[in-house]
Design a protein around this ligand. Structure first.
Ligand code: C6P
Length: 414
């Protein structure tokens, strides 16, 4: 993920915003200021239209029929897979498994790779900033197989303690599972460095890319990761679709984790044989329109330019950070040197939920809570944070609206 580099053409966020019809509405009598893209991005017209076109003209089941519609649907679905392959620069579409989202992708690796192969004496290494989706599946595998879970700690800035991580990386470590970007803190984790260290110690690496793919180009070959999981809905695509990239040699050796239609080659009551990659891991009718929408979202984002979007978001993050740092009573949680477009904070004397409600009454949508990262909250000894997150459509005016609404909240609670 290359967060920022020089941008030539000026980025026109107002024009980008106009591509997102949902943003042109009033909430509680105010123009909607959507600062919750880390929870779910909104969809541009290009995505809405691609899904509508598919549903209106091409829908049928995939891989099954000889009739024209089934072939059109299969082409659309497999075309989307090729689009994802290009987006990630994977070697082959055999490495691109469609799943429901990052959560399902991680569970697939936990159940298909780790559960049958890992046992007592083996270790899985994660970090202290993981989302529950990159903690609980590994805890389940540990219960099922007898292997152990190790956690590399974070520091007060919200950065992974790489020194400790390297100490915890031993010959017993079979897999390192790490977020590329923390959803609760915004920290960009130096995953390439972690991957290199893990590989030289003989461990595989899964990267949870849910919060990284919207904020910079990801090249799985350049990274060298073994698995990379993300969700379509954080990338301005539909919900219920996501991707697990896996290196072909690894996926080839892994057993299917769900059985049913499409994942088989032959079935008899005595024995079934399995389909080729990637369909071996796609039991049942897939989310076809979701894949079509995801491909359209990738086209859209690349038309804006991932680097340009990332640079724009970095400007908004820097502006919002500077403004909030000036406000007495506000504490920013997560001050890593390299952050993506996430700003978590607390206001003294005000529960984040109350803060979220006040901001909502001003039309400003932020997320409050533990952000499915309870260990992060425990580490900072807080129950929750308020979190503003930025996407390609946010503007400096959105940051000013956030600051103004926070000013009102401070008048109430200050
Ligand atoms: N984070 C947030 O508001 P799913 O639910 O499968 O699409 O994504 C799960 C997930 C995995 N990893 C990271 C780093 C994430 O941020 C998320 C989802 C949302 O932060 C919802 S809790």
């Amino acid at each position: 993920m290359n967060a920022v580099s020089a941008v030539t053409a000026p980025y026109d966020a107002e024009r980008v915003r106009a591509d997102f019809p949902i943003l042109a509405q009033q909430v509680n009598g105010h123009p909607l200021i959507y600062l919750d893209s880390a929870a779910s991005g909104q969809r541009p017209l290009a995505v809405l239209r691609a899904v509508e076109r598919y549903e209106t003209h091409h829908h049928s089941n995939v891989h099954r029929g000889v009739h024209a519609l089934s072939q059109a649907a299969t082409e659309a679905f497999e075309g989307a897979r090729e689009r994802v392959r290009r987006f990630l620069n994977a070697r082959s579409t055999r490495e691109i498994v469609f799943v429901r989202g990052a959560t399902e992708g991680i569970n697939l690796v936990a159940q298909s790779l780790a559960r049958p192969r890992f046992g007592p004496g083996d270790e899985i290494l994660i970090t202290g900033l993981e989302h529950h989706a990159n903690i609980v599946p590994w805890q389940m595998v540990c219960e099922q197989s007898g292997c152990a879970l190790k956690v590399a700690p974070i520091d007060r800035r919200g950065e992974v303690d790489i020194g400790r991580l390297l100490e915890l990386l031993t010959a017993r470590t079979r897999l390192v599972a790490v977020a590329h970007v923390s959803n609760a803190l915004g920290t960009i984790v130096p995953v390439k460095r972690i991957i290199e260290a893990a590989h030289s110690s003989g461990a595989l690496v899964l990267v949870d890319g849910a919060q990284a793919v919207p904020h910079g180009a990801v090249d799985v070959r350049e990274l060298g990761c073994d698995f990379y999981a993300f969700s379509g809905h954080k990338l301005y695509g539909p919900t219920g679709i996501g991707v697990l990239f896996g290196r072909e040699e690894l996926l080839e050796e892994m057993p299917p984790w769900q059985g049913g239609g499409d994942m088989i080659r032959t079935v008899s009551f005595e024995k079934s044989t399995y389909n080729e990659l990637p369909w071996k891991f796609e039991a049942g009718t897939p989310n076809i329109s979701g894949a079509v929408g995801l491909a359209a979202a990738m086209d859209y984002l690349e038309s804006l330019g991932l680097e340009a979007v990332a640079a724009h978001e970095q400007r908004l993050l820097a502006l919002a950070t500077a403004e909030l740092e000036r406000m007495p009573g506000i504490e920013i949680i997560g001050t890593a040197a390299h952050k993506a477009a996430v700003l978590s904070f607390t206001l003294r004397g005000c529960h984040p939920h109350d803060l979220g409600t006040i901001l909502d009454s001003e039309g400003v949508a932020i997320r409050t809570g533990h952000h499915c990262a309870m260990p992060v909250m425990t580490f900072f000894d807080i129950p929750a944070t308020a979190r503003a997150s930025f996407g390609c459509y946010n503007t400096e005016a959105d940051v000013r609206a956030l600051v103004t609404a926070l000013g009102k909240a401070r008048e109430v609670f200050g």
